[in-house]
Write a protein that binds this ligand. Structure first.
Ligand SMILES: Cc1cc2nc3c(=O)[nH]c(=O)nc-3n(C[C@H](O)[C@H](O)[C@H](O)COP(=O)(O)OP(=O)(O)OC[C@H]3O[C@@H](n4cnc5c(N)ncnc54)[C@H](O)[C@@H]3O)c2cc1C
Length: 487
């Protein structure tokens, strides 16, 4: 039997076990949301924008909870959602292979189950970290085995209020308007405001620089002097890719005097953090996130070694950038050490939560209440710009209005991505706690949909008339009562 057939047999058996588990748990739950129409068309209960890991987990959880009139749209083609096989330039995930990720408490839905079904337990034991390509393949399987309603190559381009509904404009494989009661933005790290780019790159021609999440033609960097800003995971991945593609030299320009070495939040990871962080007083939330941002997450050891093994790589510490000037054929970078010339610069400077940075959020952006709108107070600690810009979310990840009544649909738009971290903890972006985040979000949407339809549910209660007792189970003994026995 060929290895391919063996793998398929293993997967078939896994899928059979998963189906049995779902049946034992009576999942998916029976649909229970009342139907709504708009201009004669059925309205979606929930639309999810983004079918990366977070969007898939939420879509799956909604369906398992009996909210099945949902759809997830993704601008990317099927199998190319998220960073994994697009701009992620690491070889493996940073996360340990054992994390249950988006499995939603179902053992057969874990990466481990998927892997061992195909390659066996010995291969599992010898697997170190998960290759990024394999993680993407797992996500594709996850979507297929649960038969999730994902539509690819569809970009959401606009959001508008339509009475108590939300109207979404779509472009691509599906065009026009769809209406929904709730909207989940699972749009990922780059999905809310785009790239964070330092001011010193303003006006510099794009042929001299790229953001680390850009589609970079690394072959064109052969023989070139490259600068990479930063000391995070993406800095290492991009530096390593440039080196492996034949760059003449790569300098990592690192503002800090020392490399960050301790992964603080991962170090204290626990179910306490997952379920307790969002219940803490705001001052504590601020303290945790501020401290983590200040101490910075180190790049993974393997990614750092992938760079340092090249003799033409340099780690330049205490080397902040003061200014960048474009010259005829290169960049002149004024650093806190000395001026230096490079042919190309890669800004591994992350993403920002700037809702006004994306045209599809134009109708929402001015109304979204952020932590700077009164939730933050100076007693919490020093102000930090990106934290102040974090949306001030409600318990179901819903946005809040800056001015009450100015944009009521925000109460039905749920921010299930990295921007939620300050309010909700790390449950809507990274692999470790995405199932807990999806669970919290879906409980919130469930409660909201139920409350909005409470009259319908009460009417169903009144109308329900299927007897459990047939009337032949007892005799009415009242007429036989002996009045003399009365007390
Ligand atoms: C390079 C890199 C490596 C990472 N490695 C790890 C790791 O090892 N471990 C870990 O725990 N986390 C890691 N993360 C963090 C996190 O797990 C990933 O960012 C993950 O992809 C988050 O999933 P997501 O669904 O939130 O976003 P994404 O996977 O980015 O998915 C968002 C989707 O939304 C779609 N979209 C956005 N806007 C629209 C629109 N208007 N219309 C339609 N579709 C839209 C996009 O096409 C995209 O497919 C990494 C992140 C990056 C960037």
């Amino acid at each position: 039997m060929s290895a391919q057939v063996d793998r398929q047999t293993g997967l078939d058996a896994l899928e059979q076990r998963l189906a049995e588990d779902l049946s034992l748990l009576e999942l998916p739950a029976k649909p229970w949301v009342a139907e709504r129409t708009h201009d004669g068309e059925r309205v979606r209960d929930v639309v999810v924008i983004g079918a990366g890991m977070c969007g898939l987990a939420v879509t799956a959880k909604l369906i398992l909870t009996g909210i099945n009139n949902v759809v997830a749209y993704d601008a990317a083609p099927a199998g190319l959602e998220g960073p994994w096989v697009t701009f992620a330039r690491m070889e493996t995930l940073r996360s340990p292979k054992t994390l249950h990720g988006p499995a939603l408490g179902l053992p057969q839905l874990t990466f481990r189950a998927w892997f061992t079904a195909q390659w066996g337990s010995e291969a599992w034991e010898s697997l170190d970290k998960i290759p990024k390509q394999q993680w993407m393949e797992y996500l594709v399987w996850y979507r297929n085995v649960l038969d999730l309603p994902v539509r690819n190559n569809v970009r959401m381009t606009g959001i508008a209020e339509a009475g108590d509904l939300i109207a979404l404009d779509l472009e691509g494989a599906e065009t026009g308007r769809v209406y929904t009661r709730h909207l989940v933005l699972a749009t990922g790290r780059s999905g809310l405001g785009g790239f964070a780019v330092p001011d010193f790159l303003d006006g510099i021609d794009r042929r001299f620089w790229a953001h680390s999440a850009d589609d970079i033609d690394f072959t064109a960097l052969q023989g070139k002097r490259i600068a990479v800003i930063g000391a995070g995971a993406s800095s290492m991945d991009n530096a390593a890719t440039a080196l492996e593609s034949g760059a003449a030299s790569v300098d990592l320009l690192i503002r800090r005097k020392e490399m960050p070495r301790i992964n603080k939040m991962t170090g204290i990871g626990s179910q306490g953090v997952v379920h307790g962080m969002h219940q803490l007083p705001d001052a504590w939330k601020w303290k945790f996130v501020d401290y983590t941002a200040a101490s910075q997450t180190p790049p993974p050891r393997s990614s750092t070694l992938r760079v340092s093994r090249h003799p033409n790589a340099r780690f330049l510490l205490d080397c902040g950038i003061r200014a960048v000037t474009q010259e005829a054929e290169n960049l002149l970078i004024e650093t806190t050490q000395q001026p230096m010339r490079y042919d190309f610069l890669i800004a591994a400077t992350g993403f920002k939560n700037d809702f006004s940075g994306r045209p599809e959020f134009a109708a929402l952006a001015p109304h979204i209440r952020s932590w700077s709108d009164g939730r933050y107070t100076p007693e919490m600690g020093a102000p930090r710009e990106d934290m102040l810009a974090s949306p001030d979310l409600g318990p179901a990840f819903e946005f809040r209005e800056k001015i009450p009544g100015a944009c009521p649909m925000l109460a039905h738009i749920h921010c299930f991505n990295d921007a939620a971290m300050l309010t909700h903890g790390k449950v809507s972006g990274d692999i470790p706690a995405v199932s807990a985040g999806a669970d919290r979000l879906v409980r919130g949407i469930t409660a909201s949909l139920f409350a909005e339809d409470v009259e319908t549910h009460f009417a169903s209660l009144i109308a329900y008339d299927i007897p459990e007792l047939q009337g032949d189970e007892w005799l009415d003994s009242t007429p036989l009562l002996n009045k003399d026995n009365a007390l």
